[in-house]
Design a binder for this molecule. Structure first.
Ligand SMILES: Cc1cc2nc3c(=O)[nH]c(=O)nc-3n(C[C@H](O)[C@H](O)[C@H](O)COP(=O)(O)OP(=O)(O)OC[C@H]3O[C@@H](n4cnc5c(N)ncnc54)[C@H](O)[C@@H]3O)c2cc1C
Length: 361
């Protein structure tokens, strides 16, 4: 069969890779460069720790799969177990019993056990050692190289309109020509809701702007990702501190704000020892792709035209899930069932059986 995949972010690339591995023909349509969207703009962190049991269970499949693929892809994404450290324990205390029952429990520790922390004496932190980091670009570029090697085709242009015949999707209009196929998968990240709406289908995914900040390098000492009240950061192997702050942003322009940059630096300086002279090196922004329950959408709805699938709406935690999601949705498109396609179905919003996810970092 010939599959048309819309969007060359990590989800589209992963789906294309898995379909090609099954011997199918694939054309990927991308309006910009490979990884032009959020897949080229994220913090490259993975975790098992979510608010909803369903997302923890998804992560329990997705993270080991990510780590196994890190060894298989042609470029090394430097996947590392670094842990996550929460400096506010009220929220995680309620979730810890569920995480333990799922086999991914962390531990309550004194913050001062982490020598990089300022103060921390007598203060309680929560450390989850299972979580970690990877380099997102090497995942996307590794997938791209594999797709090219297996004969996948890339078409540059904006996908505008689904082409239908007798209630079935048979292709997509890209600029002024049609890319035909037996089925179309929409993996357009934050642009998915808008594209589907333009085609008369409601998939509730909206873009939400988020900024990332990067400091100059300092001596490596912050191994875990640190999550405080309204901010998070970690340290790269080069020594830079990378992270973001909660900043209510209604604008969708992809510039960054000086006020938020200064706020990030000041948050990090308050937590980490010896950062007084450290300056900001870079900042950039991208979109979280937010659904009403902040869980992703995979599969199709029976009211849609036949042969149309979606995999999107990862609400800020989609890079870590992309490799496994591509496998799940490729299996599904080839007629194999998977419990996650039921749980994360786009039909859940009408059925009011949602997956409430509050741990969007
Ligand atoms: C600041 C920030 C930090 C993040 N940190 C993390 C993290 O630490 N860990 C994690 O797992 N996730 C993180 N994420 C989330 C993660 O980056 C996304 O969930 C993930 O990359 C989504 O991948 P995608 O393939 O669905 O979408 P995208 O990567 O956005 O890909 C969609 C593609 O579709 C293309 N496109 C759009 N419209 C059209 C059209 N009409 N025709 C053709 N092409 C089109 C775009 O150009 C883009 O390349 C972060 C996101 C941001 C913004």
């Amino acid at each position: 069969m010939h599959f048309v995949v819309l969007g060359a972010g990590a989800h589209g690339l992963s789906l294309a890779y898995h379909l090609l591995k099954e011997g199918e023909k694939v054309t990927v349509v991308e309006k910009g460069e490979v990884s032009h969207g959020s897949s080229g703009r994220n913090a490259g962190r993975y975790r098992y720790h979510f608010f909803s049991r369903e997302n923890v269970e998804f992560a329990k499949e997705a993270i080991p799969y990510l780590l196994s693929m890190c060894k298989k892809l042609p470029l090394n994404p430097v996947c590392m177990k670094t842990g996550y450290l929460w400096t506010e324990t009220e929220g995680v205390r309620k979730l810890d019993p569920m995480w333990r029952a799922e086999g991914v429990g962390g531990k309550f520790v004194e913050c001062s056990e982490f020598p990089f922390m300022k103060g921390g004496e007598g203060e309680e932190c929560y450390y989850a050692p299972q979580d970690g980091s990877f380099h997102h670009d090497y995942i996307s570029l590794g997938l791209y190289l594999e797709i090219k090697r297996m004969g996948g085709e890339f078409v540059r242009g904006e996908a505008k309109e689904l082409v239908k015949r007798q209630g079935k999707v048979v292709g997509v209009k890209v600029e002024d020509h049609v890319v035909g196929g037996d089925a179309v998968a929409v993996t357009l990240g934050a642009w998915t809701g808008e594209f589907m709406r333009r085609n008369g289908i409601d998939v509730p995914i909206t873009p939400e702007k988020r900024e990332l900040f990067l400091t100059e390098g300092v001596k490596f000492r912050v191994k875990p990702l640190v999550i405080g009240r309204g901010f998070y950061f970690s340290q790269t192997l080069k020594g830079e501190l990378i992270g973001g702050i909660d900043s209510p942003e209604s604008s969708l322009t992809l510039d960054t704000s000086l006020v938020n940059s200064l706020s990030f630096i000041s948050h990090v300086r308050k937590v980490v020892k010896g950062l007084e002279g450290v300056r900001l090196l870079r900042s950039w922004s991208g979109y979280y792709e937010i659904t009403p329950d902040r869980s992703h959408v995979m599969g199709f709805d029976p009211s849609w035209p036949e042969n149309l699938f979606v995999d999107a709406g990862y609400s800020g935690h989609g890079m870590m899930f992309s490799l496994y999601a591509g496998k799940v949705i490729s299996d599904f498109m080839l007629g194999r069932r998977n419990k996650f396609v039921e749980i994360f179905s786009p039909s859940r919003f009408q059925r009011h059986v949602t997956v409430d996810e509050r741990m969007v970092i």
